[in-house]
Design a protein. Sequence first.
Length: 256
Amino acid sequence: MLTVFRFLLLVLACLTACGGGGGKNPGQDAGLDAGPDAMVENSCQALEVGDIFVVESGPMKYALDLQGEAMYFPDDDVYGSWRSGEEGVVSVEQSCLDMIPIPSHYPGGVSVRPGSFLVRRVNDPQLYAVLPGNTVAPISDQVAAALYKPANPNGVNDEPMVIPDQLWPNLINRAPEIVEVRVHPGMLFVIDGGGETVYYADADGSIRVVTNAGFVANHFQSRFVRLVSLSAIAGMSSGSSISRRILGIDDPTQGG
């Protein structure tokens, strides 16, 4: 009986110290059980996974990952691959940022959006395509030139973005070399001679029609739409159309 009484006293003490066992904030092991709907709550703002935010309109931008941590955007070029402007960026107070932990491991920063730019390391001519999940795959110059033709006059071509050595580890995963002229996951494209329908190459190997609403909702940009031949999608299955925002596609942290 005494043991049970002591146990009840310990439970009461814990509830008192923890504020009644209420909702967790970023300073209380944020993200330990976080999932796709995880939210960081504090006195001045509620942030959802994938949200981009700044500190009181300061220059540094962050995105909230699945663990409830703040991943930084290293520069405007990386940010520009995900967003074309400031719409939807949340401004928070410094006290809010102080409550949100930063990653203690890679990836600590956001990388370029899959399918936007080809990348390479400093002093290394090898080209890489960026795939979903903070993943890169080696790609030859010839295959890259065939896949990364811009569909629009002002589109981005196959000129790679050079990634500094200190940022390269943020691309933590590796995929096999792309040796065929075949669309890879993360690409936006139209088919040469096939009209203006925009497609998205999904991570499951399917291709999906992107509606106008889906294009806007996922912050796609026309400058990253490629022009590919019909043979580049030969044998690929068709998936459901994209008509709304899909977190796995539009989340800058790509799962953190």
